[in-house]
Design a protein around this ligand. Structure first.
Ligand SMILES: *[C@@H]1O[C@H](CO)[C@@H](O)[C@H](O)[C@H]1NC(C)=O
Ligand SMILES: *[C@@H]1O[C@H](CO)[C@@H](O)[C@H](O)[C@H]1NC(C)=O
Ligand SMILES: *[C@@H]1O[C@H](CO)[C@@H](O)[C@H](O)[C@H]1NC(C)=O
Ligand SMILES: *[C@@H]1O[C@H](CO)[C@@H](O)[C@H](O)[C@H]1NC(C)=O
Ligand SMILES: *[C@@H]1O[C@H](CO)[C@@H](O)[C@H](O)[C@H]1NC(C)=O
Ligand SMILES: *[C@@H]1O[C@H](CO)[C@@H](O)[C@H](O)[C@H]1NC(C)=O
Ligand SMILES: *[C@@H]1O[C@H](CO)[C@@H](O)[C@H](O)[C@H]1NC(C)=O
Ligand SMILES: *[C@@H]1O[C@H](CO)[C@@H](O)[C@H](O)[C@H]1NC(C)=O
Ligand SMILES: *[C@@H]1O[C@H](CO)[C@@H](O)[C@H](O)[C@H]1NC(C)=O
Ligand SMILES: *[C@@H]1O[C@H](CO)[C@@H](O)[C@H](O)[C@H]1NC(C)=O
Ligand SMILES: *[C@@H]1O[C@H](CO)[C@@H](O)[C@H](O)[C@H]1NC(C)=O
Ligand SMILES: *[C@@H]1O[C@H](CO)[C@@H](O)[C@H](O)[C@H]1NC(C)=O
Length: 657
C-alpha cells in the first residue's frame, strides 16, 4: 500500500505554497508520481516479488509423529534468555529509528520493542553500531541539527563517518526506562593507536546506562579490515587484531572512570564465507584467554549470502529455495559450534551480533518475503539450539530490504506516528519471543522430525525438564492445501518407555501468509501490522489461538499449512499457555515541534484492541484524518528534505556488512 504516503504528500503539495508545489512537480510528471517515486525508489518498499519455489520431489511424508520425553531430551541447549532474539541498528540510521534526541523518541519504535517485552517479560536487546561507528567521536555539546548523531559523507564510500552526541546515551537510557531495552554500543577502532575515544566512550556509556548497558563492541568485522587494504594493510591477522585490542585494554585499565572493565564484546568477525578468519582461528590466537578480564561476551556476525557489489552476488530467485530448507539454518550455525562450546567453558555468552538474510541491504523479493520470516524462525531457533545466547537481526536504512521494521523516509516520521512499515522478519520475533517464554529457562532442541526432512523442521522448548512448547515449520508453498502436514505430538507413551503423558488439550498460534513470496499479507496469531506506511508499531486485530483436543495415548495432531509456522503451547505439568497482552504506547498526532507524546498512563492491555492503529481504524484513510495537523507543522525545509530524497540526492544510506 504505497498510497498512504502518497496521500499525505499529495495533500501537502496541493495545500502549500507555490514553491512547495514546484518542488514536487520538478520530480516527476505529477505530484502523485513524485510521491510514488519517493517510495518505490527505496529497497525497503520495493514491491518486486520472486516466484515461489516448486514443491519438493519426492514430497516429504505429510503425517508424522514427534516423540517428546518426560524430564528432558538429549542435546538440549543451555538455558536461554527469553529475549534471545533482538535487533542490531546501524549507527548511521539510529536517529531514524530511535528518534531525534532524548526528548524526541519515536513512539512506534517503543511499540515495536514493547511488543517483545510483553511476550518475554524482559526488555528487548538492541545493538546500535556497525561500520559507521569506526570513526566516531563523542561530543558533549548538541549538534546544530539537535540530533543524536551527525553524519559526514565520505566521498567514494558507502559508509558515512558518524559522530555521536552524549545525548545518544541519555536517549537510550530514556528508552530503557520506558520499555526496558538493554543495549550494546560500539567503539571507534579506525585508528587503533588513538585509544582516547575508546576509553572515554566506555566510561561515559557505563555512567549513563548503568545496568542497561550489556557490552561495547571493539572492532566491527576486523577480518575484513585487511581485504583490499580497506582499513588496515593487506595481511592483517588475528594476531594483529589482538595486539591492537591490547592497546585499548591498557587505555581502559588506565582510565579510572571505567567502573566495569569486563565490558568489551568481540571479535565480531564476519561471515567466514570469503575465506576470512574463523572463530576457531581467533580463539586459537589467544583472543579469549588474553582478554578474559575485559570480554563480557564473544560475538560473530554472519550473513548466509553476500549481496555487496564486490561479491558478485547471486540472483535472489536462484537462492530463494535454499532459504526454505532446514539445511540453511544448520550450515549457518554449525561453523560456530566450537566457538559456542569454548565460550560456554569460559562462562561467556556467545552472540550473533549482526545477521540477516544477506549482506549489503539484503535481496529485494527474498529478504522482504514471508519465506524470510520462516527462515528467520528456523535460523534463530537453530542458534538457540547451538548455544548462542542472543541473535540480533540487522536494520539498514530506507534502502534495506531486510529491515524488521522501517520508519517512513525523511523526518516526516517525526511528525506522523503511524506510517511505519513492518517487515516479515519482525513477525518472526513475535513467534520466537513467545516460544522462548518468560522464565529465562528455555532449553531448545532441534527435533529433526519426519526423518530429518529439510522441509518440515521442528523444535521443542523445555523448561526445567518440562516440555513447554513446540515450533513446527512447513517450508513448502502450496495454496491448494495438499501439502499441509499433520504432526502428531506425543509426550511420553509411544515408543518412549515412559508413561503416556500427552495433555488432553494444547493451544496453537500460527504465523501465516498465503505464499512464501508475500511481503505484507502476514499475520501472527491472527494479528498483523498491515501494509507499508500503515503502522504505529501496534498489532491490529484480535489474537487467534486455536485449541486442539488431544488423545493422551495417540497424541495431539497439529496441522501445519504449506507455508506456515506453528507454535504449540503444551499444557504439560508446569506448562501454561502464554498470554498475549499488548502493552503499547498511544501515538497521538502531535504537531512536529511538540515531539512525541508518550503517555505511560495510556497502556492498552487488551490484546491490541482499542486505540489508534487497530483494525477498525484501517477503514479511515491515514493522512487524511490528520492532514491539517501535518500541514500546520511541516516547514518548507522539511519538504525540501522529502524532495531531495525523492530525487535520490539524499544521503540515506543503508549499512551492513
Ligand atoms: C526493485 O528491485 C528490483 C530487484 O532488485 C530492481 O530491479 C528494481 O529496479 C527495483 N525498483 C526500484 C523502483 O528501485
Ligand atoms: C494423515 O492422517 C490423517 C488422520 O490422522 C488421515 O486422515 C490422512 O489421510 C493422513 N494423510 C496421509 C497423507 O497419510
Ligand atoms: C545430538 O547431537 C549430535 C551432534 O549433532 C548428534 O550426532 C546426535 O545424534 C544428537 N542426539 C540426539 C539424540 O539427537
Ligand atoms: C531535541 O530536538 C528538539 C527539536 O529540535 C529540541 O527542541 C530539543 O531541545 C532537543 N532536545 C535535546 C535534549 O537536545
Ligand atoms: C557534522 O556534519 C557536517 C557535514 O554534514 C560536518 O561538516 C561537520 O563537521 C560535522 N560536525 C561534527 C561536530 O561532527
Ligand atoms: C530523557 O533524558 C533526559 C536527559 O537525561 C531527561 O532530562 C528527560 O527527562 C528524559 N525524558 C524522558 C521522557 O524520559
Ligand atoms: C584522538 O581521538 C580524539 C577523539 O577521540 C581526538 O580528539 C584526538 O584529536 C585524536 N588524537 C590524534 C592524535 O589523532
Ligand atoms: C596502563 O598503560 C600501560 C601502557 O601504556 C600498561 O603497561 C599498563 O598495564 C596499563 N595499566 C593498566 C592498569 O592496565
Ligand atoms: C571444531 O573443532 C574440531 C576439533 O578441533 C575440528 O576438527 C573442526 O574442524 C572444528 N570445526 C569447525 C567448524 O571449525
Ligand atoms: C549446548 O550446550 C549443552 C550444555 O553444555 C550441550 O549439552 C549441548 O551439546 C550443546 N549443543 C551443541 C549443539 O553444541
Ligand atoms: C475482535 O473481537 C471483538 C470482541 O470479541 C469483536 O467485536 C471484533 O469484531 C473483533 N475484531 C475483528 C477484526 O475480528
Ligand atoms: C529534516 O532533516 C533534515 C536533514 O536531517 C534537516 O536538514 C531538516 O531541517 C529537517 N526538517 C525539520 C523540519 O526538522
Amino acid at each position: 500500500m504505497r498510497r498512504a504516503l502518497a496521500t499525505v504528500l499529495c495533500v501537502l503539495a496541493s495545500s502549500l505554497s507555490a514553491n512547495a508545489v514546484t518542488i514536487y512537480t520538478t520530480l516527476g510528471s505529477g505530484t502523485d508520481t513524485a510521491a510514488e517515486a519517493t517510495v518505490t525508489g527505496f529497497g525497503a518498499y520495493n514491491s518486486t516479488a520472486l516466484v515461489a519455489p516448486g514443491l519438493p520431489n519426492p514430497m516429504p511424508p505429510l503425517n508424522f509423529t514427534i516423540q517428546l520425553y518426560l524430564g528432558g531430551m538429549n542435546n538440549l541447549s543451555i538455558k536461554q534468555a527469553s529475549n534471545f532474539m533482538g535487533f542490531s541498528i546501524e549507527l548511521s540510521v539510529a536517529n531514524q529509528y530511535l528518534g531525534r534526541n532524548s526528548s524526541r523518541v519515536n513512539v512506534p519504535f517503543l511499540n515495536y520493542l514493547a511488543n517483545l517485552r510483553v511476550r518475554t517479560g524482559s526488555g528487548a536487546v538492541v545493538r546500535v553500531g556497525g561500520n559507521s561507528q569506526e570513526w566516531t567521536q563523542l561530543f558533549f555539546t548538541m549538534f546544530p541539527n539537535q540530533e543524536i548523531i551527525n553524519k559526514t559523507i565520505v566521498p567514494n564510500t558507502v559508509t558515512p563517518q558518524v559522530n555521536i552526541d552524549a545525548d545518544l546515551f541519555y536517549m537510550m537510557n530514556n528508552i530503557s526506562s520506558l520499555v526496558g531495552t538493554r543495549w550494546y554500543g560500539g567503539l571507534p577502532f579506525a585508528d587503533p593507536t588513538n585509544t582516547t575515544g575508546i576509553a572515554s566512550i566506555i566510561a561515559f556509556a557505563e555512567q549513563v546506562l548503568g545496568d542497561n548497558l550489556i557490552a561495547m563492541q571493539l572492532g566491527n568485522e576486523p577480518d575484513l579490515f585487511g581485504i583490499g587494504a580497506r582499513a588496515r594493510p593487506t595481511g592483517y591477522s588475528p594476531q594483529n587484531f589482538i595486539s591492537e585490542t591490547q592497546q585499548s585494554v591498557y587505555a581502559m585499565g588506565n582510565n579510572s572512570a571505567i567502573k566495569n572493565q569486563m565490558i568489551l564484546l568481540g571479535p565480531s568477525i564476519c561471515c567466514n564465507i570469503d575465506g576470512q578468519w574463523s572463530i576457531d582461528q581467533v580463539l586459537a590466537a589467544g583472543y579469549l584467554t588474553d582478554f578474559s578480564a575485559q570480554l563480557a561476551q564473544l560475538a560473530v556476525q554472519y550473513y548466509p549470502n553476500m549481496n555487496c557489489a564486490g561479491d558478485n552476488p547471486p540472483q535472489a530467485q536462484d537462492i530463494f529455495a535454499s532459504y526454505l530448507m532446514h539445511t540453511k539454518a544448520q550450515t549457518s550455525v554449525n561453523q560456530y559450534l566450537n566457538g559456542t562450546a569454548a565460550a560456554q567453558v569460559a562462562g561467556k555468552p556467545f552472540v550473533m551480533f549482526e545477521t540477516n538474510t544477506a549482506s549489503c541491504a539484503g535481496f529485494v523479493g527474498l529478504s522482504d518475503s514471508f519465506g524470510a520470516a520462516l527462515w528467520a524462525v528456523d535460523y534463530t531457533l537453530q542458534m538457540a539450539y547451538g548455544n548462542f545466547s542472543y541473535a540480533l537481526f540487522h536494520f539498514g536504512g530506507q534502502n534495506s530490504a531486510y529491515n524488521p521494521f522501517t520508519p517512513p523516509p525523511s523526518n516526516i516520521s517525526a511528525a506522523v506516528g503511524d506510517l511505519w512499515s513492518t517487515g516479515p522478519v519482525y513477525y518472526s520475533t513475535l513467534l520466537v519471543s513467545e516460544a522462548m517464554g518468560t522464565n529465562n529457562a528455555s532449553q531448545v532442541v532441534d527435533l529433526l522430525p519426519n526423518g530429518g526432512n529439510v522441509y518440515t523442521p521442528a523444535y521443542a522448548i523445555y523448561e526445567n525438564g518440562n516440555a513447554m512448547r513446540v515450533v513446527l515449520i512447513n517450508f513448502m508453498n502450496d495454496p491448494t492445501g495438499a501439502s499441509d502436514y499433520t504432526a502428531t505430538i506425543l509426550i511420553g507413551g509411544g515408543n518412549s518407555n515412559q508413561p503416556a503423558s500427552t495433555p488432553s488439550t494444547v493451544f496453537v498460534r500460527y504465523l501465516l501468509a498465503p505464499s512464501v513470496t508475500d511481503k505484507y499479507n502476514i499475520s501472527w496469531a491472527g494479528q498483523t501490522f498491515g501494509p507499508p506506511f500503515s503502522s504505529d508499531g501496534r498489532l491490529q486485530g484480535n489474537v487467534t489461538t486455536e485449541t486442539v483436543q488431544c488423545d493422551t495415548v495417540n497424541g495431539c495432531p497439529i496441522k501445519v499449512k504449506a507455508p506456515s509456522a506453528a507454535l504449540v503451547f503444551l499444557s504439560a505439568p508446569g506448562g501454561t499457555m502464554a498470554p498475549a497482552p499488548t502493552e503499547t504506547f498511544s501515538t497521538s498526532w502531535y504537531p512536529y515541534n511538540a515531539g512525541p507524546v508518550v503517555n505511560q498512563a495510556v497502556l492498552a492491555t487488551s490484546n491490541g484492541r482499542g486505540g489508534r492503529g487497530q483494525i477498525q481504524d484501517l477503514s479511515t484513510s491515514h493522512g487524511k484524518a490528520s492532514a491539517a495537523d501535518i500541514i500546520r507543522s511541516l516547514s518548507l525545509p522539511m519538504l525540501l528534505t522529502v524532495a531531495a530524497i525523492a530525487a535520490g540526492a539524499a544521503s540515506i544510506l543503508s549499512m551492513q556488512r
